[in-house]
Design a protein around this ligand. Structure first.
Ligand SMILES: Nc1ncnc2c1ncn2[C@@H]1O[C@H](COP(=O)(O)OP(=O)(O)OP(=O)(O)O)[C@@H](O)[C@H]1O
Length: 362
């Protein structure tokens, strides 16, 4: 047990915790986590992920979620303590708090705060039998998640790229507030070429096409995946539809085609599809399109996405500040009476976003 503890860099971590009272991070013993989960009893399983199983447990009177991974990358073993140090300092209201870890086992276990209302995926897909989810709620969850990712990219030191942004990694607390989870795939931003990541992680349907080619994870890879989450929020559709023809399997390509053909209306979730919502949905769609840009550099930053979502939420609250006329939006979404072309000038990264709407044949 001591062998594993040392191997995972337990000593540096322990020293840091001792020297920094109120650090809020605990190294749990194997016995403690076994007790907490009743020896990893199956009844305590919260869910399965690509890397392992998550158990519910009680540790020091607090309900926790314990992630027990299947394997650990040999090269990363020594780094584990160091990585824990960085991740343990992440403190944001929309990020699941890492409370501690257990190092006395071959594959270290992670202990997170327990988040009670399941995942955004389940919520959108109504797995929890909740009634209708309003556009207002969806926008709030989107903005909270975007803020969390922007924090990881710009305020964490060193910057952290999540690497596996998806609706099952956005948990919801008792007030349905978003909590971004699962830093399993996250990789601390490389400081030099040698540290560049060569292993492609992430989830099919959310993966940045540029990352697939270069194997280099960047902040913009998270932006791409977040764009797919925005699509899930407005369409309520699965990210991959295995029964669909080849070119329509992925939600992102279906969406981009629908935008081009001005048939977005057909893709939207019936639950939010009302005349009052159309303008706001269109704004979200335009933002999602920016996030899904094939070239990473041209995608907005997560901070810009979060700010844009804040602006869109305000637009929803104060609809008189309309940017488009309702008939124009109707047309853009596939309405019968008008023909509209959208010319998209500039991009978030370089210039200020500018949308030009040209009405044709009116
Ligand atoms: N902190 C938590 N509180 C409550 N439930 C959690 C918590 N973390 C994870 N879970 C549950 O455990 C499941 C598996 O989580 P995990 O992060 O391992 O998997 P994933 O994100 O679906 O997949 P992958 O690890 O491949 O990205 C989640 O879908 C969720 O239901």
């Amino acid at each position: 047990m001591k062998k594993y503890f040392d191997q995972h860099g337990g000593l540096i971590l322990l020293e840091k915790i001792k020297s920094n009272q109120g650090f809020g991070f605990t190294i749990f013993t194997k016995q403690q986590v076994e007790q907490a989960t009743n020896n990893f009893d199956n009844v305590n399983i919260l869910g399965y992920g690509g890397q392992g199983t998550v158990y519910k447990g009680i540790l020091s009177d607090q309900i926790v979620a314990i992630k027990k991974c299947k394997i650990v990358d040999e090269n990363k073993k020594k780094e584990f303590g160091k990585e824990m140090l960085i991740l343990s300092q992440i403190n944001h209201k929309n990020i699941v708090k890492l409370l501690g870890c257990c190092l006395e086992v071959e594959v270290p276990m992670l202990v997170y705060e327990f988040i009670s209302n399941g995942t955004l995926f389940d919520y959108i897909n109504n797995k929890r039998q909740e009634s209708h989810i309003s556009l207002t709620t969806r926008l709030r969850i989107a903005q909270e998640s975007a803020e969390a990712l922007a924090y990881l990219h710009s305020s964490a030191s060193p910057p952290i790229f999540h690497g596996d942004v998806k609706s099952t990694n956005i948990l919801l607390d008792q007030n349905y507030m978003a909590k971004v989870s699962d830093f399993g795939a996250s990789i601390l931003a490389p400081t030099d070429e040698a540290q560049m990541v060569t292993l492609v992680q992430g989830t099919c349907g959310y993966l940045d096409p540029e990352y697939l080619q270069s194997c280099k994870l960047t902040d913009k890879s998270d932006v791409y995946s977040f764009g797919v989450v925005l699509l899930e929020l407005v369409t309520g559709k699965p990210v991959i539809d295995f029964n669909a023809p080849e070119e329509e399997k992925g939600l992102s390509s279906r969406f981009l085609t629908a935008m081009k053909e001005k048939k977005l209306n057909e893709l939207l979730d019936d639950e939010i599809k009302s005349e009052d919502n159309m303008e706001v949905i269109m704004e979200v769609a335009i933002l999602a399109k920016e996030c899904l840009n094939m070239t990473g550099e041209e995608r907005p930053t997560m901070k810009q996405v979060a700010d844009e979502l804040e602006r869109i939420r305000k637009l929803k609250q104060h609809p008189w500040e309309q940017a488009y006329h309702p008939e124009e939006i109707e047309s853009l979404l596939g309405g019968p009476s008008h023909h509209i072309e959208i010319e998209h000038i500039g991009s978030f990264g370089l210039e200020k976003k500018a949308e030009k709407v040209i009405a044709v044949g009116r």
